[in-house]
Design a protein around this ligand. Structure first.
Ligand SMILES: [Mn+2]
Length: 434
């Protein structure tokens, strides 16, 4: 059903319009994906389109144009009482204006007819080519159409520009409303991790714990996880993108859970690792302490002016020192770093941007250099150590996979960890498990 239009969406459109002189921005909706036969995957609007409008229906296109006093046009599905009986209500052309603040609205079936008119006297077309080749064709046909009429004096788009430098830079800097939604996503997710720790027992299956997470997400008003939940026990804890979640858990296993809900289009992304029987073994505890020290040091380093590379380096140094102390790497510190002897145990980076997309948009490099963090950016901090069950190490360490991940907002004064309420210290984790 239509949501009320909010001032926040209008503000964002104003920002975009100011950034695209003589321009027209075109954002098509996320295509519907078929699951099998006549069943569709649950629909989720394209993050860019939702960010600028709050419009969540498929088969729609958002247009922002600087060449008109009425800059915001939506193309939407027409009302269709018969279809709406089956699929639910549509905003329709009138609703697009009334509820979503569109200055103009058209039926999506009119796109090929209306788009060339909108492109008249536009110099710069902001549209992301190469995502949907069929839609690219329609856009390019519209450009060719208006170009043919240039002899009569109209200008036509001579530049097609990737809009990420405009929309994605805005999305990278979260406003107060977005931070509020991310706090809510984070708090639901932390409570789900706490419930998982409390529910887990030897003899249960990984999917039973996945069910605990999913139930809490849904109960709390989150429509979906932000990504498929990873619930990996024993040797599965060392598989980075494990998703089968079907192993029966044994006494003495660790369970690694990487799961976060999406709340009102905003993601959370949290990992906790805990003992299935509620008590860490000495070897598990030793590895956990190393990962925790690395995570806390990396969070400490997260502040305005820092770079993701710099934060990774802080975590990496702690991990390397720990691997040497544990006897898993048998080389001096500098040599271990230089020869990347940590790679079999820590093979991924420490951070990514977080927002509407779990691996959020925004440029990681600016002019070839790692970009500096600014207030309003949210990143994950997630070091880990993964020891294969086939590794040539003392048997107590084999099959130990530990990752600890939090969501961290950069603030003017330093940072705020949005996901602190998920138990993390050894004492807190063991208490939550009992
Ligand atoms: Mn992550």
């Amino acid at each position: 059903m239509p949501q009320p239009l909010t001032a926040r969406f209008r503000e964002r459109r104003q920002h975009v319009l100011q950034a695209i002189p003589n321009g027209l921005l075109l954002v098509p909706s996320q295509p519907v994906a078929i699951r099998n036969n006549d069943v569709e995957h649950p629909y989720r609007q394209h993050s860019d389109l939702w960010y600028l409008s709050g419009f969540d229906e498929p088969e729609s296109v958002l247009v922002l144009s600087t060449s008109s006093e009425r800059p915001f046009t939506l193309f939407v599905r027409e009302r269709d009482p018969e279809r709406e009986v089956w699929d639910g209500a549509r905003a329709g052309v009138e609703g697009a204006k009334e509820y979503f603040g569109a200055d103009e609205a058209h039926a999506i079936t009119k796109l090929d007819e209306v788009l060339p008119k909108l492109l008249e006297n536009v110099d710069h077309l902001y549209y992301r080519l190469g995502v949907d080749r069929e839609f690219d064709d329609r856009v390019l046909r519209a450009v060719a159409n208006v170009r043919r009429r240039a002899r009569r004096g109209q200008r036509y788009p001579t530049h097609i520009i990737d809009p990420s430098s405009v929309i994605h830079e805005l999305r990278l800097h979260k406003d107060s409303e977005e931070i509020g939604l991310m706090r809510r996503a984070a708090s639901i997710t932390c409570e789900a991790h706490r419930l998982a720790m409390s529910a887990c027992r030897p003899g249960m299956h990984e999917y039973e714990i996945e069910a605990v997470l999913a139930a809490h997400f849904l109960k709390s008003g989150s429509h979906r996880p932000a990504y498929p939940s990873i619930v990996g026990s024993g040797p599965n804890s060392t598989v980075l993108h494990y998703h089968e979640n079907n192993r029966k858990m044994d006494d003495g296993d660790l369970l690694l859970i990487d799961a976060g809900c999406e709340y009102s289009y905003y993601a959370s992304d949290v990992t906790r690792t805990f003992p299935v029987n509620g008590r860490f073994s000495p070897a598990q505890k030793a590895v956990y302490e190393v990962v925790l020290a690395a995570e806390l040091a990396a969070i400490e380093a997260t502040r305005t002016g820092a770079t993701l590379d710099g934060i990774h380096d802080v975590a990496l140094r702690e991990i390397v020192r720990g691997l040497i102390d544990l006897g898993l790497v048998g080389a001096p510190f500098d040599e271990a770093l230089e020869k990347e002897l940590f790679k079999p145990y820590f093979m991924h980076k420490t951070s990514h941007f977080l927002g509407m997309d779990v691996h959020d948009v925004g440029a990681y490099f600016v002019a070839g250099k790692p970009r500096s963090l600014e207030p309003g950016m949210v990143i994950t901090v997630e070091p880990g150590i993964y020891i294969s069950d086939k590794a040539d190490v003392p048997s107590a360490y084999r099959g130990i996979g530990i990752r600890i991940e939090d969501d961290v907002l950069v603030t003017p004064a330093g940072n705020e960890v949005l996901t602190n309420s998920a138990p993390k210290s050894i004492a807190d984790v063991e208490a939550a498990c009992s």
